[in-house]
Design a binder for this molecule. Structure first.
Ligand SMILES: Cc1ncc(COP(=O)(O)O)c(C=O)c1O
Length: 402
């Protein structure tokens, strides 16, 4: 019907690369095949009991069933600022000016971009990237400039090279770069940065006059003594930056849809304003329970981190035995694995399809995250030890057959 009516915005969205692998996975499952699924960063356990208890308790109160506050109830925004105080010693965030609760951090990010981007504005995102970091700008009429993210065997970002490339991108961009998006620990590559990285970025933002959006979704998921820095530990960050975090990963609350964006008053103000038009806030009991999650005991986070670390170690060991030697990340719930030498010529899409059809193992093809991802696949640590070992056995057979 009405072929003359076109949806221009939809044309800016490519076919989701992951959908292709996902469709093969779903068909295999429908045929009754057991697919070991490492494809999505979707935590496999339930939210901690004390958080669920709070949700139930708050749900029993009739007053909590009406429309809520779109920017988040005050107590949640206060808990967010206190989280920064406890975790990072950042004591200058004001719950009224600098914090906005969001329906998962993705909703917050997309609406923030929608609120602040003008048609033709340029944003810079390193490649590879979590897809929505670039597509939020493209969907809203912005342009994306990319440069290659480079890191060593321990997934430490080459920070000198990062700033060299960012400076070049900024220098060459017409029109001027207005926004830079960073995400460390990085999805998909697990790459990490030092606190000095953020000071350099903030200083550069002030000199070159761009805003920074930092996403620290995996801030808590770190191993072997590595600690994720926050941009707000850098002097002057509040002038130029916002940062997002989510309860999805640390607290196994992905389905609850709760996160936040903090920082620069003008940017957070724009987000709050657009949200005041678009939504009435999360269900209040979810906000009450999220407050408890951030303010309450944090042993649950330690348990989740220990689980991911164990799975990481098991995977590295048994995949190596299967013929796939992978580098060991310090952070995130993924392994960014270079495709084994003898299969690298296939590219990440074909390799992922073969892993699925021949080894019954689902991973995300690196190309879905950007051109520089094509030698890699992303493996999410969301299956248990037994299934990881089974996957290794299947992969061993598949690699032998190549
Ligand atoms: C880097 C990064 N940011 C944000 C998100 C979105 O998280 P949520 O919308 O569940 O808060 C994800 C989810 O996988 C992610 O990997």
């Amino acid at each position: 019907m009405f072929p003359e009516i076109e949806f221009e915005r939809m044309k800016r969205l490519p076919n989701y690369v992951f959908a292709e692998v996902n469709n093969i996975k779903m068909e295999a499952r429908r045929r009754g095949e057991d697919i070991i699924d490492f494809s999505m960063g979707n935590p496999d356990g339930p939210a901690p009991q004390h958080i669920t208890d709070k949700l139930i308790e708050a749900s029993a109160k009739p007053k909590n069933h009406g429309y809520s506050a779109s920017a988040g109830i005050y107590k949640l925004r206060l808990a967010i600022c206190n989280w920064y105080k406890r975790k990072y010693g950042v004591d200058y965030l004001d719950p009224d000016k600098h914090a906005c609760a969001t329906m998962g951090s993705k909703e917050g990010y997309v609406h923030l971009v929608q609120a602040i981007v003008n048609v033709g504005d340029v944003a810079v995102v390193p490649d590879p990237t979590y897809p929505i970091h670039s597509y939020a700008f493209m969907l809203n009429g912005g342009a994306i400039h990319k440069f290659e993210l480079t890191f060593d065997d321990k997934f430490k970002v080459d920070e000198d090279l990062f700033f060299e490339r960012l400076q070049k991108t900024v220098d060459e961009s017409i029109p001027k770069v207005k926004f830079v998006v960073v995400n460390f620990p990085h999805n998909p590559s697990c790459a990490t940065v030092t606190p000095e990285f953020y000071q350099r970025l903030v200083d550069m933002a002030k000199k070159e006059r761009f805003y920074i959006i930092s996403d620290i979704a995996y801030a808590d998921i770190t191993f072997d003594g590595y600690k994720t820095p926050s941009i707000f530990q850098a002097k002057g960050a509040l002038d130029v930056a916002v940062e997002s975090f989510t309860l999805s990963k640390s607290y196994n609350m992905a389905g609850w849809r709760v996160g936040f964006i903090c920082g620069n008053e003008k940017l957070v103000g724009a987000l709050k304003r657009i949200k005041s038009w678009l939504d009435y806030g999360m269900f209040t009991p979810i906000q009450v329970a999220a407050t408890i999650a951030l303010d309450g005991p944090q042993d649950c986070v330690d348990e989740h981190v220990a689980k991911y670390k164990h799975r990481r170690d098991v995977m590295l060991e048994c995949f190596k035995e299967a013929g796939w030697d992978m580098n060991c990340p310090d952070a995130s719930m993924f392994i960014w694995a270079k495709i084994p030498e003898k299969a690298r010529h296939l590219g990440s899409m074909e390799f992922s399809k073969q892993l699925l059809t021949q080894a019954k193992v689902a991973v995300s093809p690196g190309i879905g995250f950007g051109t520089y991802g094509d030698q890699y696949v992303r493996i999410a640590l969301i299956e248990n030890e037994k299934r990881i070992r089974q996957a290794a056995r299947n992969i061993k057979q598949y690699l032998k057959s190549l």
